[in-house]
Design a protein around this ligand. Structure first.
Ligand SMILES: [Zn+2]
Length: 168
């Protein structure tokens, strides 16, 4: 994305040489708006944590992908400990909030207070709530309410690739 933007800016600078004053103003306005937009996009994931991730993890955490159901390391995993963000090590979930939903991804009915942020996600023709790490903004998965799996009536459906497990 950044590469594409810098390429477009170069192209526009080049074109600037050939346009009149009035359209120059428009181009300057665009030159101002494009870096602003790219800044907003970069703000979504704190790029200083990129070095902690391999390509598969980047696909999930940065590009908001989803790992295949029943494929993740923690899907069928119930040891005592704490789950932290794969990118920035922020503690996200205690193992005592993990439950077996049989949905194909690790499921938690509660988070460590304030560990995630929720964002409305209307992609793929569905109305869902995306969850991201509150610290680095890395994508974790989605949260669903009212399914009655547990007393807390909440299911954080999280990609294993977004998590790191630390044994108690
Ligand atoms: Zn994080």
């Amino acid at each position: 994305m950044t590469l594409l933007i810098s390429f477009s800016i170069e192209k526009m600078k080049y074109q600037l040489l050939f346009v009149n004053k009035k359209s120059k103003m428009k181009v300057y306005l665009l030159l101002f708006l494009i870096p602003l937009l790219s800044f907003t996009q970069m703000n979504e994931f704190d790029t200083k944590y990129l070095k902690n991730l391999n390509e598969k993890e980047k696909e999930i955490i940065v590009n908001k992908g989803t790992e295949r159901p029943f494929s993740g390391e923690f899907d069928n995993f119930f040891k005592d400990g704490i789950y932290v963000c794969k990118a920035c090590d922020t503690p996200l979930y205690h193992s005592n909030s993990k439950f077996n939903s049989n949905c194909g991804w690790p499921s938690f009915d509660d988070e460590i207070k304030g560990a995630t942020i929720k964002i409305e996600d209307n992609s793929l023709g569905m109305k869902r709530i995306e969850i991201c790490c509150a610290n680095c903004k890395g994508h974790l998965g989605h949260v669903f309410y009212g399914e009655k799996y547990t007393e807390k009536n909440t299911r954080h459906c999280v990609n294993s690739l977004s998590l790191k497990f630390i044994k108690k």
